[in-house]
Design a protein around this ligand. Structure first.
Ligand code: WTA
Length: 662
């Protein structure tokens, strides 16, 4: 933990309060309502959460216990209650007479639209759940889902939830190696995939990657691979082991009794990067997770029956779990699910889709906003002003800090200065939004995620766990357990305990891993970025260690160090310093090797992890005790003059060499 590098960056003081004509019907209409909820939580913490859990979810067996802290930090919420997540997302809406409401407006890469009602989605999920059961999948078994953004992707996740199987979705952009790691760690018995995915007019392999992942070994747990045909691309097929999904679905009944699971039963495992070692399997519960997915739809997004909600995140990330698969459906909303990419057929795709679907709540990542801003400056025809975006009423931002310039562009050009921006800070581990404005109530400040949601006890502390003064940087923590927090690191309780509840802070504060500060005058939070070795590239989390291990597994590489540097579009870019097992390459040869290493990392982890810059050196800057001096590498990566003290450096001459960009 290094708080000493965190300094105040506060210069922002503009506040915006768009006057919206829907504030009277908003879930949280004004700051007094927000404050009343915060007070309720402060006065009776368990009573507050119990009320929300009863109001938001339908329980098969009502809970009588709320929070159990007896085995902290392994907290339990609503432990004696039973429910089913897919029942809450589907059946309860159909039973209430809303079966004909559109649940999903799916738009494919090439622009075809398919509407799926709640009744129809329920029968799809039931059929899929019956297929899983027919293959022997039982409560507690792990199922890998390696599917594109699709109706089938959401269906597969819901089908697992229906029978109490634990899904683990792997982003389609991850490599065979990454998939293999996750299969081995979960001991999954089944993989659900597609032949290929269609993105940006190209077909990219999925089933081939699954074959390769299985061939990497240690996958004996896998009994079958279910394949959905999307593109009819050529794939290899092992009869009896690989199974076509469609004919199996056709044979199944569309009725399937949900399995009522304990509130603490794991709903899913989702892998995310940590600062050390391999990605960790973040394990979420059924009851607490679903409660917060549902409640935050109402508070942060003010979801209403007539809204058309669109979160552009992929189901392979936590945002796609909470704000595509579970939150919108549990809240009974209509949502857009999009297969493609924002720049195909051109960079107006998002604006065109908002117009054609009459989208009212649009949620995306800063990296997309920055990229689309740039495109529209280069090509007027893709500027949002050319589209009718009057259906929009709320816009979201998630995954990384949004810089004030991008915020202002989004606010003016997409939201027409009418739509509040909810900048939502949260993490894979937190299950749902933690710090975010309430759209009808909170005055907005560009670049600040403003204040915690009611019931979320965030604070900023120093390295001994004491609160810091407003205006001072420190560690972002959550002082009290909350229902949607992670429950464990799959198979590694020690890593859960030491990584998230460090003894130095007293052992019960959840350590987010981000530095933060509160403004003196507004008490708004400003997130200042990770305090560990996690990078955030286009809103995707990656560990420097992961990229380093991928690099050193290449036969030419002796040693590698990876740091982030600021980037206009992706927020952060990966910069790798590499020592080869041969003489220093020059000119064209160096470029060739750099290209090979980039592709190698792409294969080992996925294209998102390819380093943008690669620099070669005979060595890395190290202290006399052999520790790599990363802060020097960060300065070099940024192109800064080195102002730090280099007196402990063993080999100062190396700095000049590493400054030479390719
Ligand atoms: C960063 C994504 C600033 C932060 C939901 C966090 C943010 C990490 C914001 C989690 C935001 C996410 N402002 N930073 N609004 N949202 N982050 O697990 O560093 O993929 O720790 O979850 O993204 O990334 P993850």
């Amino acid at each position: 933990m290094t708080t000493n590098t965190i300094q105040s960056t506060a210069t922002e003081n503009r506040l915006f309060t768009p006057s919206v004509n829907w504030s009277a019907t908003a879930a949280i209409p004004d700051m007094a309502a927000y404050k009343a909820l915060c007070d309720e939580a402060a006065n009776d913490y368990e009573g507050f959460w119990a009320r929300l859990a009863r109001e938001n979810l339908t329980w098969h067996t009502p809970f009588t216990q709320v929070l159990d802290e007896s085995n902290a930090p392994f907290y339990q919420w609503f432990a004696d209650g039973r429910l089913n997540a897919s029942y809450n997302c589907l059946d309860r809406h159909v039973e209430a007479g809303r079966g004909d409401k559109v649940a999903i407006r799916f738009e494919s890469d090439n622009g075809e639209v398919t509407l799926v009602t709640y009744s129809n989605l329920l029968s799809r999920v039931n059929k899929m759940a019956n297929v899983l059961k027919s293959l022997g999948v039982q409560k507690g078994d792990r199922v890998m889902i390696y599917l594109p953004m699709s109706i089938e992707g959401v269906t597969a996740m819901q089908a697992c939830a229906r029978i109490g199987a634990i899904h683990s979705v792997v982003f389609g952009g991850f490599s065979a190696k990454a998939l293999n790691d996750r299969i081995v760690d979960t001991g999954a018995s089944l993989i659900i995939t597609a032949d290929e995915q269609a993105r940006g007019g190209k077909n990219l392999p999925l089933k081939d990657n699954v074959d390769e992942a299985l061939a990497l070994g240690d996958c004996e747990s896998v009994r079958h691979v279910l394949v959905n045909i999307r593109t009819h691309g050529s794939i290899s097929f092992r009869e009896g082991f690989d199974l076509h999904l469609e004919p199996l679905l056709a044979r199944q009944s569309d009725q399937c009794e949900p399995v009522w699971v304990e509130a603490e039963h794991p709903l899913f495992i989702l892998y995310t990067s940590g600062s050390t070692g391999t990605p960790k399997g973040v394990q979420h519960s059924t009851g607490g997770y679903l409660l917060w997915a549902t409640q935050t739809m109402k508070w942060t997004f003010d979801i209403k029956p007539n809204d058309v909600f669109w979160c552009t995140a992929d189901i392979g990330w936590i945002t796609g779990h909470t704000y595509v698969c579970y939150g919108p459906l549990s809240a009974g909303a209509t949502q857009i699910v999009f297969e493609g990419i924002p720049t195909y057929p051109n960079a107006s795709r998002f604006w065109k889709m908002i117009e054609s679907h009459r989208c009212s709540i649009f949620h995306t990542a800063p990296t997309a906003i920055r990229a689309l801003n740039k495109s529209s400056e280069m090509d007027e025809s893709v500027h949002p002003k050319n589209f009718d975006l009057s259906s929009l009423r709320i816009m979201g931002s998630v995954g990384e800090p949004i810089n004030p310039e991008a915020w202002m562009w989004y606010y003016k050009n997409v939201g027409g200065e009418r739509c509040p921006i909810v900048d939502t800070f949260w993490q894979t581990e937190t299950g749902g939004n933690m710090i975010a404005p309430m759209p009808a109530a909170t005055p907005l400040m560009p670049g600040s995620c403003t204040m915690p949601l009611p019931g979320i006890m965030t604070a900023i502390v120093d390295e001994t766990g004491h609160d810091v003064e407003n205006g001072q940087g420190g560690l972002l923590v959550v002082k009290r357990p909350w229902p949607s927090m992670l429950r464990n690191v799959w198979g590694n309780p020690q890593r859960y305990k030491s990584g998230y509840f460090p003894e130095e802070l007293g052992g019960t504060y959840y350590l987010a891993g981000d530095g933060a500060m509160r403004y003196v005058d507004t008490t708004y939070f400003q997130i200042m970025g990770r305090i560990d070795d996690i990078l955030n590239v286009s809103g995707h989390r990656l560990g420097t260690m992961e990229v380093e291990s991928a690099l050193v597994s290449h036969h030419l590489v002796a040693e590698a160090a990876v740091v982030g540097r600021p980037d206009d579009v992706s927020g952060e870019a990966i910069c790798a310093f590499v020592v080869l097992k041969r003489t220093l390459p020059k000119g064209a040869e160096a470029l060739e090797i750099a290209k090979e290493l980039r592709n190698w990392v792409g294969q080992e982890i996925g294209p998102i992890a390819k380093p943008k810059d690669i620099r070669f050196g005979d060595n890395l800057p190290k202290t006399r005790s052999g520790k790599i001096m990363r802060r020097l590498l960060r300065s070099i990566a940024k192109g800064e003059e080195i102002s730090q003290d280099t007196s402990t450096l063993e080999n100062p001459a190396i700095l000049e060499q590493l400054k030479q960009a390719l």
